[in-house]
Design a protein around this ligand. Sequence first.
Ligand code: HT7
Ligand code: ZN
Length: 852
Amino acid sequence: PRTTRLADYRPFGWRVTEVHLTFRLAPGATRVLSRIRFAPLDHAPARMTLDGEGLTLISALIDGAPVSPDLTTDGLTVDVPPAPFLWEAEVEIAPEGNTALEGLYMSGGIYCTQCEAEGFRRITYYPDRPDVMAPFTVRIESDLPVLLSNGNPTGSGPGFAEWHDPWPKPSYLFALVAGNLVATSASFQTAEGRDVELNVWVRPGDEGRTGYALDSLIRSMRWDEDRFGRVYDLDVFNIVAVDDFNAGAMENKGLNIFNSKYVLASPETATDRDFEGIEAVVAHEYFHNWTGNRITCRDWFQLCLKEGLTVYRDQEFTSDMRSRAVKRIEDALLLRAAQFREDAGPLAHPPRPDTYVEINNFYTVTVYEKGAEVVRMLASVLGPETFATGLELYFARHDGHAATIEEFFACFQEVAGDTLDGFARWWTEAGTPRVTVSRHWDGETLTLSVRQETLGGPRWIPLAVGLLGPDGEEIAPTTLLTLKDTEAHWRYVPSTATWETCSAPNGQPKTDGAPLPSINRGFSAPVLLEAGMTDAERRLIFGHDTDPFNRWDAGRQLIRAGFIGLVTEDREPDPETLAAMGRAVRDDALDPAFRALVMGLPSDDDIAQTLAEAGRTPDPDLIETGRERLREAIAALLAGDLRRLYADLAPVGPYRPDADGAGRRALRCAALSCLSVVDGPDAARALYSQADNMTERLAALSVLLRLGAAEDALADFHARWSRTPDVLDKWFALQVGSVKGSRAVETALRLTRHPDFDWRRPNRVRSVLGTMLRHHAGFHSADGAGYKVAADWIVRLDPANPQLAAGLTSPFQTWRRYDGDRQGMMRDALERIASADGLSRDTSEMVGRILG
Ligand code: HT7
Ligand code: ZN
């Protein structure tokens, strides 16, 4: 397969000034008629190449005269005139048989499209690249009641509808939906006085579960005006929910298409986490209207330009809607669990990569979440005003264009009037920097020596630092120290409450009365920090820091150390650590959501990664047993407190999906889960039958599954929800995720034979197989059954849906961490996948990179 390189970028030879598309919809044979005006640029060659895949060309004309293009497997080439011309083509496609869910396909009788990244070429011949932007006019011919496309409606009648999108856009933002759908609607007046009709379209029967998505949209629109000055620019904004979708949602101009998982919600069917996810995804897709659509990417290497920036924006939105501290901890958890892991293994790549084989494989946590961290660091390095001015300049200068990371960065350099060169390495280099901080206290002055180990030269690393006194009182407020070279030294000057750079300290350090630095507050830089702290110092930070992130993180480090001690040395958890945890969990002055996070244990994969980094071979069974013992120790010590908490946090009114209610439920469910170790299943049984919401019901079911006492509840759950696919997905996932060791594999295998399992539905596949692959002890069960089931299914799914299959390979990325037997079995599984006949470019690239 061909590698695409950033260095080979060349602009397309023509401008596209107008696109007219007519769709005559039929499940097995849809006709697509295109009329496209091309105008040559100076460097236009005599032959034009258009992308096209899986199309049957019926006819092609240039300026009204028939032409015979040379057809290839990935498009066509044709002689074209040296002046502006009209290209007309008619092609036939078969949406019904499109199981890859790219291009035009059908989901439960609804026609829908997914064109990012390169799906438009499965609809018609076109320069399917993001730097070709054009206004689109679309006519849809079908008897279906609802016919939607991008932009504003311009006409409709029996059997047809027409749409016009005045905003030039790349083909990946094209969308079409046709089906029997019902809308929940609202109107929104923009800050510029435009009345916008908002619709959330779902299948009849689901309209009672659209309110939260619609409300999230309204809040997102208002927030983007208030916070970033971004105003919506069409008369309509449509969201459509479909059940079969390869990703979470898609930001097509004026017509967002969503996985129904991120739209449908009621207290009875959706958990607090689902509600938060809906709010964040609706916001994310809406925010793309400016960061992605009005300003798009010059090429797919620049993907993090729109994704990193938009994730940063949606994180800020959630922080404003809910708790900033809790959101920051959740984001750091994801980054450390998934992105640090990616950066440490064979799939490592910079947020702005410079080669790819299949771009679909680069919608990664590195591009999205690390991309967002880079924007966040830029904002902290520049300060809020300069950052806002730079962003304004970016919006003004690049509106209507396809931009690069360099162009984005130049806006900030310009307003800062400074060269920020070392900062830009965050986009172009892979790897997580390791930052070591050593302290020197001479009895009066504290000096910090900070060193970075980074691939590709030193980066700017903004570290937010504060100081605590011996009793945990804050003696120096948060200050940003930005490390720009490999090493730097700073000393704290109490008289001015400032830090100044200095040379390396010398002399014998003292210990008495030394202040304690709290470093990387708020996770100001996404780095691996080695601050050489003792457990007692961590407890001081855990108990007293004013920065909630570092408080939580210190607790996490203590618990992780206890977990590792249990696994590697059979050492009982340190009672002082558990006591400190107990104090935090009991502390009613703290947000319940924060206390729930304090109770969360590091994942098995996190422990395996920590062991591997220390040069040890992780044993998945020992890790799983260690977790059980740790939970038992916590339960034994805190049972009284947890029983009290469980009672005190009982609901006082009807369910509301807000942050406060969600925090109380998270803490209550964490208490229940921990308590069940000593108290058995009774409380969970009672909660399962009394709960008025899915959050508690699911938490109770999970406990019952873990205790092997879930038979009745499982049957009840299935009977209630067997006809609600998004809820039934939870029933599948929970069974695999809540059992121990190799039983996760047996359960997954059994569930793939369940009559409700349908391998054509990505959500169902991810519920069963995705959950098994993420189940550390299950996937890595010693007999290799997890690897075998994974490989069997990847090979089976690949011909139908390459994106789905390729996504399932990622848990293999850590294969070199494990013992020789497991490594051998994983390598065999990967090689078996690699040798499958006709393997897709998606899966073969992933497997090739993982094997190295
Ligand atoms: N920009 C969208 C990405 C996306 C996608 C990518 C590959 C394959 C299918 C896809 N569906 C959506 C979603 C987003 O980041 O907002
Ligand atoms: Zn996005």
